[in-house]
Design a protein around this ligand. Structure first.
Ligand code: GLU
Length: 557
Protein backbone atom coordinates (compact mmCIF):
# COMPACT_ATOMS: atom_id res chain seq x y z
CA UNK A 1 0.00 0.00 0.00
CA UNK A 2 1.24 3.49 -0.76
CA UNK A 3 2.37 5.50 2.28
CA UNK A 4 -0.38 8.08 1.95
CA UNK A 5 -3.04 5.40 1.87
CA UNK A 6 -1.44 3.70 4.83
CA UNK A 7 -1.44 6.94 6.75
CA UNK A 8 -5.09 7.58 5.86
CA UNK A 9 -6.11 4.14 7.13
CA UNK A 10 -4.01 4.59 10.25
CA UNK A 11 -5.67 7.90 11.15
CA UNK A 12 -9.20 7.07 10.02
CA UNK A 13 -9.76 3.33 10.20
CA UNK A 14 -13.48 3.60 10.79
CA UNK A 15 -14.87 5.78 8.01
CA UNK A 16 -17.51 3.96 6.03
CA UNK A 17 -18.21 6.59 3.39
CA UNK A 18 -16.38 8.42 0.64
CA UNK A 19 -16.65 11.99 -0.62
CA UNK A 20 -18.64 10.62 -3.54
CA UNK A 21 -21.27 9.31 -1.12
CA UNK A 22 -21.69 12.75 0.38
CA UNK A 23 -21.77 14.41 -3.01
CA UNK A 24 -24.71 12.18 -3.74
CA UNK A 25 -26.41 12.63 -0.39
CA UNK A 26 -26.18 16.40 -0.66
CA UNK A 27 -26.66 17.09 -4.36
CA UNK A 28 -26.48 20.47 -6.01
CA UNK A 29 -29.69 22.33 -5.32
CA UNK A 30 -32.14 22.63 -8.14
CA UNK A 31 -32.56 26.36 -8.08
CA UNK A 32 -32.59 29.04 -10.74
CA UNK A 33 -29.20 30.19 -11.97
CA UNK A 34 -29.37 33.51 -10.10
CA UNK A 35 -30.70 32.02 -6.83
CA UNK A 36 -28.36 32.48 -3.91
CA UNK A 37 -27.91 30.13 -1.00
CA UNK A 38 -26.80 31.94 2.14
CA UNK A 39 -26.49 31.06 5.76
CA UNK A 40 -26.19 32.44 9.24
CA UNK A 41 -23.60 30.40 11.14
CA UNK A 42 -23.36 31.46 14.76
CA UNK A 43 -21.76 29.70 17.68
CA UNK A 44 -24.43 28.69 20.19
CA UNK A 45 -23.40 31.26 22.78
CA UNK A 46 -27.00 32.32 23.33
CA UNK A 47 -25.85 35.91 22.89
CA UNK A 48 -27.01 37.56 19.72
CA UNK A 49 -24.99 40.67 18.87
CA UNK A 50 -26.65 43.38 16.82
CA UNK A 51 -23.90 42.88 14.25
CA UNK A 52 -24.89 39.22 13.96
CA UNK A 53 -28.54 40.08 13.49
CA UNK A 54 -27.43 42.56 10.85
CA UNK A 55 -25.40 39.86 9.09
CA UNK A 56 -28.32 37.42 9.33
CA UNK A 57 -30.62 40.00 7.78
CA UNK A 58 -28.20 40.58 4.93
CA UNK A 59 -27.99 36.83 4.36
CA UNK A 60 -31.75 36.47 4.49
CA UNK A 61 -32.40 39.32 2.08
CA UNK A 62 -29.76 38.11 -0.36
CA UNK A 63 -31.43 34.70 -0.48
CA UNK A 64 -34.99 35.99 -0.47
CA UNK A 65 -34.49 38.57 -3.21
CA UNK A 66 -32.94 35.99 -5.52
CA UNK A 67 -35.40 33.17 -4.89
CA UNK A 68 -32.74 31.24 -3.00
CA UNK A 69 -32.38 29.59 0.39
CA UNK A 70 -31.34 30.99 3.75
CA UNK A 71 -30.36 28.50 6.42
CA UNK A 72 -29.10 28.42 9.99
CA UNK A 73 -26.03 26.36 10.77
CA UNK A 74 -24.78 26.07 14.31
CA UNK A 75 -21.01 26.18 14.64
CA UNK A 76 -20.39 24.46 17.94
CA UNK A 77 -16.84 23.25 17.47
CA UNK A 78 -15.61 25.56 20.21
CA UNK A 79 -17.14 23.96 23.28
CA UNK A 80 -15.83 26.74 25.53
CA UNK A 81 -18.19 29.26 23.97
CA UNK A 82 -21.27 27.10 24.26
CA UNK A 83 -24.05 27.77 26.77
CA UNK A 84 -27.08 25.75 27.74
CA UNK A 85 -29.96 26.24 25.31
CA UNK A 86 -27.65 28.38 23.21
CA UNK A 87 -29.09 27.10 19.94
CA UNK A 88 -32.63 27.93 20.96
CA UNK A 89 -31.38 31.37 21.98
CA UNK A 90 -30.10 32.00 18.46
CA UNK A 91 -33.20 30.53 16.79
CA UNK A 92 -35.55 32.59 18.96
CA UNK A 93 -33.42 35.69 18.47
CA UNK A 94 -33.90 35.48 14.71
CA UNK A 95 -37.58 34.69 15.05
CA UNK A 96 -38.15 37.71 17.30
CA UNK A 97 -37.04 39.88 14.42
CA UNK A 98 -39.06 38.07 11.80
CA UNK A 99 -36.04 36.50 10.14
CA UNK A 100 -37.45 33.15 9.07
CA UNK A 101 -35.06 30.43 8.06
CA UNK A 102 -35.77 28.11 5.16
CA UNK A 103 -33.59 25.36 6.57
CA UNK A 104 -31.45 24.58 9.55
CA UNK A 105 -31.67 24.16 13.28
CA UNK A 106 -35.07 24.94 14.78
CA UNK A 107 -34.21 24.17 18.42
CA UNK A 108 -31.47 22.44 20.45
CA UNK A 109 -31.75 19.14 18.62
CA UNK A 110 -34.09 19.40 15.65
CA UNK A 111 -33.70 20.81 12.20
CA UNK A 112 -35.56 21.11 8.94
CA UNK A 113 -34.10 20.73 5.48
CA UNK A 114 -32.38 18.09 3.38
CA UNK A 115 -28.78 19.11 4.05
CA UNK A 116 -28.76 18.09 7.72
CA UNK A 117 -27.13 17.82 10.16
CA UNK A 118 -27.00 21.58 10.48
CA UNK A 119 -24.95 21.47 13.66
CA UNK A 120 -21.24 20.86 13.39
CA UNK A 121 -20.87 18.57 16.38
CA UNK A 122 -22.98 16.03 14.49
CA UNK A 123 -20.91 16.24 11.35
CA UNK A 124 -17.67 14.71 12.65
CA UNK A 125 -17.86 11.61 10.42
CA UNK A 126 -18.24 13.86 7.38
CA UNK A 127 -15.17 15.95 8.25
CA UNK A 128 -13.16 12.79 8.82
CA UNK A 129 -14.00 11.45 5.38
CA UNK A 130 -12.76 14.64 3.74
CA UNK A 131 -9.59 14.90 5.82
CA UNK A 132 -8.89 11.26 5.08
CA UNK A 133 -9.19 12.08 1.41
CA UNK A 134 -6.60 14.84 1.77
CA UNK A 135 -4.27 12.50 3.67
CA UNK A 136 -4.65 9.97 0.87
CA UNK A 137 -3.53 12.62 -1.60
CA UNK A 138 -0.59 13.63 0.54
CA UNK A 139 -2.23 16.99 1.25
CA UNK A 140 -2.68 16.52 5.00
CA UNK A 141 -0.62 14.88 7.74
CA UNK A 142 -0.60 14.29 11.48
CA UNK A 143 1.48 16.76 13.46
CA UNK A 144 2.74 15.81 16.90
CA UNK A 145 4.29 19.15 17.84
CA UNK A 146 3.64 20.08 21.45
CA UNK A 147 2.35 23.50 22.52
CA UNK A 148 5.82 24.31 23.87
CA UNK A 149 7.50 23.40 20.61
CA UNK A 150 5.08 25.57 18.68
CA UNK A 151 5.60 28.46 21.10
CA UNK A 152 9.36 28.19 20.64
CA UNK A 153 9.08 28.24 16.87
CA UNK A 154 6.90 31.30 17.13
CA UNK A 155 9.38 33.04 19.39
CA UNK A 156 12.27 32.56 17.03
CA UNK A 157 10.12 33.57 14.06
CA UNK A 158 9.20 36.76 15.86
CA UNK A 159 12.83 37.45 16.73
CA UNK A 160 13.79 36.98 13.06
CA UNK A 161 10.79 38.99 11.84
CA UNK A 162 9.47 36.00 9.92
CA UNK A 163 5.88 35.02 9.25
CA UNK A 164 4.76 33.19 12.39
CA UNK A 165 3.24 29.73 12.10
CA UNK A 166 3.88 26.19 10.99
CA UNK A 167 4.99 26.08 7.36
CA UNK A 168 7.89 25.03 5.15
CA UNK A 169 10.86 23.93 7.23
CA UNK A 170 9.00 24.73 10.46
CA UNK A 171 6.50 22.04 9.63
CA UNK A 172 8.40 19.39 11.51
CA UNK A 173 6.07 16.52 10.71
CA UNK A 174 5.64 17.12 7.01
CA UNK A 175 6.83 13.88 5.52
CA UNK A 176 6.30 11.80 8.65
CA UNK A 177 6.01 8.12 7.70
CA UNK A 178 3.00 6.01 8.64
CA UNK A 179 5.26 3.81 10.75
CA UNK A 180 6.54 6.70 12.82
CA UNK A 181 3.04 8.07 13.19
CA UNK A 182 1.82 4.68 14.34
CA UNK A 183 4.58 4.43 16.90
CA UNK A 184 3.70 7.80 18.37
CA UNK A 185 0.00 7.08 18.37
CA UNK A 186 0.55 3.72 20.07
CA UNK A 187 2.65 5.65 22.56
CA UNK A 188 -0.39 7.74 23.41
CA UNK A 189 0.94 10.95 21.83
CA UNK A 190 -1.65 13.50 20.81
CA UNK A 191 -1.70 15.04 17.36
CA UNK A 192 -3.58 17.40 15.14
CA UNK A 193 -4.08 16.94 11.42
CA UNK A 194 -2.58 19.73 9.34
CA UNK A 195 -2.99 20.75 5.75
CA UNK A 196 0.16 20.36 3.70
CA UNK A 197 -0.13 23.73 2.12
CA UNK A 198 0.71 23.86 -1.57
CA UNK A 199 1.05 27.66 -1.27
CA UNK A 200 4.11 29.60 -2.39
CA UNK A 201 5.44 32.68 -0.68
CA UNK A 202 5.78 34.69 -3.87
CA UNK A 203 2.28 33.98 -5.16
CA UNK A 204 -0.81 36.10 -4.59
CA UNK A 205 -4.47 35.32 -4.81
CA UNK A 206 -7.32 37.63 -5.58
CA UNK A 207 -11.06 37.40 -5.32
CA UNK A 208 -14.07 39.61 -5.81
CA UNK A 209 -15.72 40.40 -2.49
CA UNK A 210 -19.44 41.18 -2.79
CA UNK A 211 -19.08 44.18 -0.46
CA UNK A 212 -15.44 45.18 -0.47
CA UNK A 213 -14.74 44.68 -4.14
CA UNK A 214 -11.55 43.12 -5.50
CA UNK A 215 -9.21 41.87 -2.79
CA UNK A 216 -5.67 40.74 -3.38
CA UNK A 217 -3.59 38.93 -0.77
CA UNK A 218 -0.56 36.68 -0.48
CA UNK A 219 -1.34 33.02 -0.99
CA UNK A 220 -1.60 30.88 2.12
CA UNK A 221 1.57 28.97 2.95
CA UNK A 222 0.62 27.84 6.46
CA UNK A 223 0.02 24.22 7.29
CA UNK A 224 -3.15 25.16 9.11
CA UNK A 225 -4.82 22.75 11.49
CA UNK A 226 -7.77 20.93 9.96
CA UNK A 227 -8.62 18.64 12.84
CA UNK A 228 -7.84 19.50 16.43
CA UNK A 229 -6.50 17.03 18.98
CA UNK A 230 -10.02 15.96 19.87
CA UNK A 231 -10.61 15.28 16.16
CA UNK A 232 -13.13 18.07 15.80
CA UNK A 233 -12.59 20.42 12.88
CA UNK A 234 -11.26 23.95 12.97
CA UNK A 235 -13.49 26.74 11.70
CA UNK A 236 -11.46 26.82 8.46
CA UNK A 237 -12.01 23.20 7.60
CA UNK A 238 -15.63 22.99 8.72
CA UNK A 239 -16.39 26.13 6.71
CA UNK A 240 -15.06 24.59 3.51
CA UNK A 241 -16.75 21.23 3.95
CA UNK A 242 -20.07 22.55 5.23
CA UNK A 243 -20.49 25.38 2.80
CA UNK A 244 -19.64 23.03 -0.04
CA UNK A 245 -21.97 20.23 1.03
CA UNK A 246 -24.79 22.57 1.99
CA UNK A 247 -24.31 24.16 -1.41
CA UNK A 248 -23.84 27.69 -0.15
CA UNK A 249 -23.33 30.07 -3.02
CA UNK A 250 -22.60 33.21 -0.98
CA UNK A 251 -20.68 33.27 2.29
CA UNK A 252 -21.70 36.49 4.01
CA UNK A 253 -19.81 36.95 7.25
CA UNK A 254 -17.93 39.40 9.45
CA UNK A 255 -14.82 40.97 7.97
CA UNK A 256 -12.66 39.58 10.76
CA UNK A 257 -12.53 36.54 8.43
CA UNK A 258 -11.01 38.36 5.47
CA UNK A 259 -7.49 37.59 6.61
CA UNK A 260 -8.37 33.87 6.55
CA UNK A 261 -9.83 33.99 3.05
CA UNK A 262 -6.57 32.77 1.42
CA UNK A 263 -6.70 29.69 3.68
CA UNK A 264 -10.31 29.10 2.76
CA UNK A 265 -9.81 29.49 -0.96
CA UNK A 266 -6.88 27.09 -0.78
CA UNK A 267 -8.98 24.56 1.12
CA UNK A 268 -11.71 24.74 -1.50
CA UNK A 269 -9.05 24.15 -4.12
CA UNK A 270 -7.33 21.16 -2.51
CA UNK A 271 -10.70 19.61 -1.71
CA UNK A 272 -11.75 20.04 -5.32
CA UNK A 273 -14.73 22.21 -4.40
CA UNK A 274 -15.97 25.20 -6.32
CA UNK A 275 -15.40 28.20 -4.02
CA UNK A 276 -18.40 30.28 -2.91
CA UNK A 277 -18.68 34.02 -3.44
CA UNK A 278 -17.63 35.93 -0.36
CA UNK A 279 -19.06 39.13 1.09
CA UNK A 280 -17.41 40.49 4.21
CA UNK A 281 -19.38 42.84 6.43
CA UNK A 282 -17.53 45.48 8.42
CA UNK A 283 -18.57 45.76 12.08
CA UNK A 284 -21.30 48.22 13.01
CA UNK A 285 -19.82 51.53 14.12
CA UNK A 286 -20.93 53.95 16.75
CA UNK A 287 -20.15 57.59 17.43
CA UNK A 288 -17.88 57.61 20.47
CA UNK A 289 -18.98 60.36 22.86
CA UNK A 290 -15.58 60.42 24.56
CA UNK A 291 -13.34 60.79 21.53
CA UNK A 292 -15.80 62.28 19.06
CA UNK A 293 -14.64 59.63 16.59
CA UNK A 294 -16.14 56.30 15.58
CA UNK A 295 -15.59 52.91 17.10
CA UNK A 296 -17.03 49.41 16.91
CA UNK A 297 -20.36 48.81 18.59
CA UNK A 298 -19.12 46.90 21.60
CA UNK A 299 -20.73 44.12 23.57
CA UNK A 300 -18.83 45.27 26.64
CA UNK A 301 -19.53 49.01 26.46
CA UNK A 302 -22.87 49.36 24.68
CA UNK A 303 -26.08 47.81 25.99
CA UNK A 304 -27.59 48.33 22.54
CA UNK A 305 -25.07 45.87 21.09
CA UNK A 306 -27.17 43.01 22.46
CA UNK A 307 -30.25 42.10 20.49
CA UNK A 308 -32.02 41.36 23.77
CA UNK A 309 -31.93 45.05 24.53
CA UNK A 310 -34.47 45.83 21.80
CA UNK A 311 -36.86 43.23 23.06
CA UNK A 312 -36.53 44.48 26.61
CA UNK A 313 -37.14 48.09 25.61
CA UNK A 314 -39.99 46.99 23.36
CA UNK A 315 -38.90 48.16 19.93
CA UNK A 316 -41.23 46.62 17.35
CA UNK A 317 -39.10 44.14 15.44
CA UNK A 318 -40.32 45.58 12.12
CA UNK A 319 -38.93 48.97 13.10
CA UNK A 320 -35.57 47.47 14.02
CA UNK A 321 -35.41 45.64 10.70
CA UNK A 322 -36.41 48.78 8.84
CA UNK A 323 -33.64 50.61 10.63
CA UNK A 324 -31.08 47.92 9.83
CA UNK A 325 -32.03 48.14 6.16
CA UNK A 326 -31.59 51.90 6.36
CA UNK A 327 -27.99 51.49 7.44
CA UNK A 328 -27.40 48.47 5.23
CA UNK A 329 -28.22 50.09 1.91
CA UNK A 330 -27.61 53.76 1.26
CA UNK A 331 -30.56 53.96 -1.15
CA UNK A 332 -33.09 52.53 1.29
CA UNK A 333 -34.18 55.85 2.78
CA UNK A 334 -34.88 57.33 -0.61
CA UNK A 335 -36.87 54.24 -1.54
CA UNK A 336 -38.84 54.53 1.70
CA UNK A 337 -39.62 58.17 1.01
CA UNK A 338 -40.95 57.27 -2.41
CA UNK A 339 -42.81 54.22 -1.09
CA UNK A 340 -43.98 55.12 2.41
CA UNK A 341 -46.43 52.25 2.69
CA UNK A 342 -44.62 49.52 0.78
CA UNK A 343 -43.65 46.23 2.41
CA UNK A 344 -39.96 45.85 3.21
CA UNK A 345 -39.77 42.84 0.90
CA UNK A 346 -40.44 45.12 -2.04
CA UNK A 347 -37.13 46.91 -1.53
CA UNK A 348 -34.40 45.52 -3.78
CA UNK A 349 -31.51 44.85 -1.45
CA UNK A 350 -28.00 44.91 -2.83
CA UNK A 351 -24.72 43.75 -1.25
CA UNK A 352 -22.71 46.14 -3.37
CA UNK A 353 -24.52 49.11 -1.81
CA UNK A 354 -23.26 48.24 1.67
CA UNK A 355 -20.68 50.31 3.46
CA UNK A 356 -17.16 48.92 3.10
CA UNK A 357 -16.01 50.61 6.30
CA UNK A 358 -18.95 49.77 8.54
CA UNK A 359 -22.43 51.23 8.89
CA UNK A 360 -22.96 53.82 11.58
CA UNK A 361 -25.35 52.57 14.23
CA UNK A 362 -27.33 55.33 15.88
CA UNK A 363 -30.12 54.83 18.42
CA UNK A 364 -31.57 58.29 17.81
CA UNK A 365 -32.19 57.38 14.20
CA UNK A 366 -33.70 54.05 15.21
CA UNK A 367 -36.03 55.94 17.56
CA UNK A 368 -37.16 58.20 14.71
CA UNK A 369 -37.88 55.25 12.46
CA UNK A 370 -39.63 53.39 15.22
CA UNK A 371 -41.79 56.41 16.10
CA UNK A 372 -42.88 56.71 12.50
CA UNK A 373 -43.60 53.00 12.37
CA UNK A 374 -45.67 53.05 15.57
CA UNK A 375 -47.48 56.23 14.51
CA UNK A 376 -48.94 54.28 11.59
CA UNK A 377 -50.31 51.44 13.71
CA UNK A 378 -53.95 51.38 14.75
CA UNK A 379 -54.95 51.91 18.37
CA UNK A 380 -55.78 48.20 18.57
CA UNK A 381 -52.32 47.23 17.31
CA UNK A 382 -50.61 49.58 19.75
CA UNK A 383 -52.77 48.19 22.54
CA UNK A 384 -52.10 44.56 21.64
CA UNK A 385 -48.36 44.97 21.17
CA UNK A 386 -47.92 47.02 24.34
CA UNK A 387 -49.81 44.38 26.26
CA UNK A 388 -47.57 41.58 24.97
CA UNK A 389 -44.48 43.57 25.91
CA UNK A 390 -45.83 44.71 29.29
CA UNK A 391 -46.71 41.18 30.32
CA UNK A 392 -43.01 40.37 30.62
CA UNK A 393 -41.63 43.81 31.32
CA UNK A 394 -44.06 46.04 33.18
CA UNK A 395 -46.59 44.20 35.32
CA UNK A 396 -48.27 47.35 36.62
CA UNK A 397 -48.88 48.71 33.13
CA UNK A 398 -50.03 45.30 31.97
CA UNK A 399 -52.66 45.22 34.69
CA UNK A 400 -53.86 48.75 34.06
CA UNK A 401 -54.19 48.21 30.32
CA UNK A 402 -55.86 44.87 30.82
CA UNK A 403 -58.35 46.14 33.42
CA UNK A 404 -60.13 48.46 31.02
CA UNK A 405 -59.41 47.63 27.44
CA UNK A 406 -61.84 50.13 26.03
CA UNK A 407 -60.36 53.01 28.01
CA UNK A 408 -56.80 52.04 27.00
CA UNK A 409 -57.73 51.82 23.35
CA UNK A 410 -59.42 55.22 23.55
CA UNK A 411 -56.14 56.65 24.89
CA UNK A 412 -54.15 55.11 22.06
CA UNK A 413 -56.69 56.36 19.53
CA UNK A 414 -55.96 59.99 20.38
CA UNK A 415 -54.50 61.72 17.31
CA UNK A 416 -53.99 58.42 15.56
CA UNK A 417 -55.15 57.46 12.10
CA UNK A 418 -55.09 60.89 10.48
CA UNK A 419 -52.71 62.06 7.78
CA UNK A 420 -50.23 63.39 10.32
CA UNK A 421 -50.36 61.07 13.31
CA UNK A 422 -48.33 61.94 16.39
CA UNK A 423 -44.95 60.35 16.86
CA UNK A 424 -44.58 60.07 20.61
CA UNK A 425 -43.80 56.41 21.12
CA UNK A 426 -40.54 54.86 19.94
CA UNK A 427 -40.78 51.68 21.97
CA UNK A 428 -43.29 50.04 24.26
CA UNK A 429 -41.20 51.08 27.23
CA UNK A 430 -42.27 54.68 26.44
CA UNK A 431 -45.95 53.87 26.79
CA UNK A 432 -46.08 54.18 30.56
CA UNK A 433 -44.79 57.75 30.39
CA UNK A 434 -47.05 58.52 27.48
CA UNK A 435 -50.27 57.36 29.15
CA UNK A 436 -49.40 57.99 32.80
CA UNK A 437 -51.74 60.94 33.39
CA UNK A 438 -54.68 58.84 32.28
CA UNK A 439 -54.15 56.56 35.24
CA UNK A 440 -54.18 58.01 38.75
CA UNK A 441 -52.40 54.84 39.89
CA UNK A 442 -49.23 55.78 38.01
CA UNK A 443 -49.57 59.52 37.46
CA UNK A 444 -47.14 61.54 39.59
CA UNK A 445 -49.66 64.45 39.71
CA UNK A 446 -46.93 67.06 39.42
CA UNK A 447 -48.59 70.04 37.75
CA UNK A 448 -46.17 71.85 35.50
CA UNK A 449 -47.89 75.22 35.05
CA UNK A 450 -46.16 77.83 32.91
CA UNK A 451 -44.92 80.76 34.98
CA UNK A 452 -46.23 83.64 32.86
CA UNK A 453 -49.53 83.75 34.76
CA UNK A 454 -50.02 84.14 38.50
CA UNK A 455 -51.70 81.41 40.55
CA UNK A 456 -54.64 83.78 41.03
CA UNK A 457 -55.00 84.23 37.24
CA UNK A 458 -54.89 80.52 36.76
CA UNK A 459 -57.48 79.86 39.46
CA UNK A 460 -59.73 82.40 37.78
CA UNK A 461 -59.43 80.55 34.46
CA UNK A 462 -60.08 77.13 35.96
CA UNK A 463 -63.00 78.28 38.14
CA UNK A 464 -64.70 79.75 35.12
CA UNK A 465 -63.86 77.00 32.65
CA UNK A 466 -64.98 74.11 34.80
CA UNK A 467 -68.54 75.37 34.44
CA UNK A 468 -68.17 76.10 30.74
CA UNK A 469 -66.90 72.69 29.56
CA UNK A 470 -69.68 70.27 28.72
CA UNK A 471 -68.97 66.65 28.03
CA UNK A 472 -71.28 66.47 25.04
CA UNK A 473 -69.68 69.33 23.13
CA UNK A 474 -68.03 68.50 19.84
CA UNK A 475 -64.41 69.03 18.86
CA UNK A 476 -65.58 71.91 16.66
CA UNK A 477 -67.41 73.60 19.53
CA UNK A 478 -64.66 73.05 22.07
CA UNK A 479 -61.95 75.49 21.02
CA UNK A 480 -64.23 78.46 20.20
CA UNK A 481 -65.62 78.15 23.73
CA UNK A 482 -62.15 78.27 25.24
CA UNK A 483 -61.35 81.24 23.05
CA UNK A 484 -64.50 83.06 23.95
CA UNK A 485 -63.77 82.62 27.62
CA UNK A 486 -60.16 83.78 27.12
CA UNK A 487 -61.32 86.94 25.39
CA UNK A 488 -63.89 87.61 28.13
CA UNK A 489 -61.08 87.51 30.68
CA UNK A 490 -58.89 89.91 28.70
CA UNK A 491 -56.63 87.48 26.85
CA UNK A 492 -55.90 87.90 23.14
CA UNK A 493 -57.85 85.48 20.94
CA UNK A 494 -54.67 84.62 19.00
CA UNK A 495 -50.97 84.59 19.91
CA UNK A 496 -50.24 86.88 16.95
CA UNK A 497 -52.47 89.64 18.32
CA UNK A 498 -50.87 89.39 21.70
CA UNK A 499 -47.36 89.59 20.23
CA UNK A 500 -48.26 92.79 18.39
CA UNK A 501 -49.64 94.56 21.47
CA UNK A 502 -48.62 92.69 24.59
CA UNK A 503 -49.50 95.57 26.87
CA UNK A 504 -53.17 95.37 25.83
CA UNK A 505 -53.69 91.79 27.05
CA UNK A 506 -53.12 89.55 30.04
CA UNK A 507 -51.79 86.89 27.69
CA UNK A 508 -53.36 84.91 24.84
CA UNK A 509 -55.68 81.99 24.28
CA UNK A 510 -52.72 79.57 24.17
CA UNK A 511 -51.82 80.57 27.72
CA UNK A 512 -55.37 79.90 28.82
CA UNK A 513 -55.47 76.49 27.14
CA UNK A 514 -52.08 75.81 28.72
CA UNK A 515 -53.54 76.31 32.20
CA UNK A 516 -56.34 73.86 31.41
CA UNK A 517 -53.84 71.40 29.95
CA UNK A 518 -51.49 71.51 32.91
CA UNK A 519 -54.37 71.20 35.38
CA UNK A 520 -55.61 68.05 33.65
CA UNK A 521 -52.39 66.34 32.61
CA UNK A 522 -49.62 68.02 34.57
CA UNK A 523 -47.84 68.77 31.28
CA UNK A 524 -47.21 71.68 28.97
CA UNK A 525 -47.30 69.49 25.88
CA UNK A 526 -49.83 66.79 25.14
CA UNK A 527 -51.81 65.43 22.24
CA UNK A 528 -55.17 67.01 21.47
CA UNK A 529 -56.63 68.37 24.69
CA UNK A 530 -60.24 67.95 23.64
CA UNK A 531 -59.67 64.26 22.96
CA UNK A 532 -57.89 63.90 26.28
CA UNK A 533 -60.83 65.48 28.13
CA UNK A 534 -63.30 63.26 26.33
CA UNK A 535 -61.26 60.21 27.22
CA UNK A 536 -60.82 61.15 30.87
CA UNK A 537 -64.56 61.72 31.24
CA UNK A 538 -66.37 64.63 32.86
CA UNK A 539 -66.11 63.37 36.42
CA UNK A 540 -62.36 62.97 36.30
CA UNK A 541 -61.98 66.30 34.47
CA UNK A 542 -63.90 68.09 37.21
CA UNK A 543 -62.05 66.29 39.95
CA UNK A 544 -58.74 67.36 38.42
CA UNK A 545 -59.88 70.96 38.05
CA UNK A 546 -60.82 70.97 41.74
CA UNK A 547 -57.51 69.58 42.89
CA UNK A 548 -55.55 71.92 40.60
CA UNK A 549 -57.42 74.87 42.10
CA UNK A 550 -56.65 73.57 45.56
CA UNK A 551 -52.98 73.26 44.65
CA UNK A 552 -52.84 76.74 43.11
CA UNK A 553 -54.41 78.17 46.26
CA UNK A 554 -51.43 76.92 48.23
CA UNK A 555 -49.17 78.76 45.78
CA UNK A 556 -51.01 82.09 45.98
CA UNK A 557 -48.90 83.32 48.87
N1 GLU B 1 -19.17 30.77 13.49
C1 GLU B 1 -18.54 31.86 12.82
C2 GLU B 1 -18.67 33.10 13.71
O1 GLU B 1 -19.30 33.01 14.71
C3 GLU B 1 -19.26 32.08 11.51
C4 GLU B 1 -18.53 32.81 10.48
C5 GLU B 1 -19.19 32.49 9.14
O2 GLU B 1 -20.29 32.97 8.92
O3 GLU B 1 -18.60 31.78 8.37
O4 GLU B 1 -18.12 34.12 13.44
Amino acid sequence: MDDNLKMAELLFPDTDKTPADYEQMYPKRSLEEEARVTRFAPSPTGFLHMGSLFAALIGKRTALDSGGVFYLRIEDTDKKREVENGVTGMVEGLKDFGIEIDEGMINESESKGAYAPYIQSQRTPIYHVYVKELVKKGLAYPCFMSEEEIAKVRESQEANKELPGIYGSYAKYRGITPDEAKKRIDNGEEYVVRLLSPGKEDRRISFEDGIKGRIEMPENILDVVLLKKDKTPTYHFAHAVDDHLMRTTDVIRGDEWISSAPIHLQLFEVLGFEPPRYAHIAPLQKEDAETGGKRKLSKRKDPEAAVDYYKRCGYPSEAVIEYLLTIANSNFEEWRMENPDAELEEFKFSLSKMSKAGALFDLAKLNDISKTYISKLSAEEVYDQTLVWAKDNNARLWELLGDDEEYAKAIFAIERGGVKPRKDIAKWEDVEGYVSYFYNEIWDKELDFADNLSPADMIEILELYKDIYKEDETAEEWFPKVREMAVSLGYAKAPKLYKKNPEEYRGHVGDVAGVIRAALTGRRNTPDLYEIMQTLGIEEVNRRFESAIEYLNTKKG
